[in-house]
Design a protein around this ligand. Structure first.
Ligand SMILES: C[S@@+](CC[C@H](N)C(=O)[O-])C[C@H]1O[C@@H](n2cnc3c(N)ncnc32)[C@H](O)[C@@H]1O
Length: 226
């Protein structure tokens, strides 16, 4: 597929069956929790222009870096444990950047301690979303992102809820109420989840038998720095 064939999404429901597009990888689709590259492509078309500076403070396998380079955006990707050489080691709560220099931020953060990314003690993915501490740490990230973003520019943040052992935690709503303290809401996109470990007949059977729902979507919050 040629990038010119990619479609700009026009509704708030995004469904990308594959992580990648085209023949060149964007990020590593074997990385736990890797972001579908189409999401970043769509956001770049709407909220950035060529040569803008894009930051991903938790960039994992580097999907944002690869999409940005192909779309001629300048990009800095940080992670607590860099997966590749072009990723800068940093804590998303304390980024090595001066105030108000970034044109667009994309972040796909941990949304609980459900995925093992690495053993680094400052990995926020070690904290359960059932603990108030999880939201305190995400608020520090939100404050830091607000500090580095230019006024009038946009931030996009992916997160999902958790339902575990009969306890539902509305992680998305909790994060949204934090983001609203610092940013103006622009929209909320619902991104269909694919390649779920729980997308098996036994889990669908359990969901019916024990009367709970399997997670079908993630939130993509789009916010603006006023
Ligand atoms: C959902 S993954 C990101 C996936 C990425 N967008 C991709 O496409 O590969 C979340 C990432 O957050 C990182 N992370 C967790 N705590 C962090 C922190 N305090 N500072 C920076 N990165 C952190 C993890 O190491 C992990 O790579």
């Amino acid at each position: 597929m040629n990038n010119h064939d990619l479609t700009l999404e026009t509704t708030t429901l995004w469904d990308f069956p594959t992580q990648n597009y085209g023949s060149i990888p964007h990020g590593d689709n074997k990385y736990p929790g890797v972001t579908p590259a189409f999401i970043i492509w769509n956001l770049l078309q709407r909220y950035t222009v060529e040569n803008d500076l894009v930051v991903d403070p938790m960039c994992g396998s580097g999907t944002t870096i690869d999409v940005c380079k192909e779309e001629n955006r300048r990009v800095l990707g940080f992670d607590i444990v860099p997966y590749r050489e072009d990723i800068i080691p940093a804590d998303a709560r304390k980024l090595p950047l001066v105030n108000s220099i970034v044109d667009f931020i994309f972040i796909d953060s941990p949304y609980s301690n459900n995925i093992h990314y690495n053993d680094h003690p400052d990995n926020i993915g070690h904290i359960s979303c059932e603990s108030p501490r999880f939201y305190k740490e995400l608020e520090k990230v939100a404050q830091e992102l607000h500090r580095i973003l230019k006024k009038g520019k946009y931030l996009a943040w992916i997160i999902a809820d958790q339902a575990k052992k009969e306890k539902f935690t509305p992680v998305g709503y909790k994060l949204y109420s934090i983001l609203e303290k610092y940013f103006t809401p622009v929209d909320i996109i619902c991104v269909t989840r694919h390649n779920q470990k729980s997308n098996t007949p036994i889990w669908h059977h359990r969901a019916k038998k024990y009367n709970f729902y399997l997670r079908g979507f993630k939130y993509l919050f789009i916010m603006k720095k006023p």
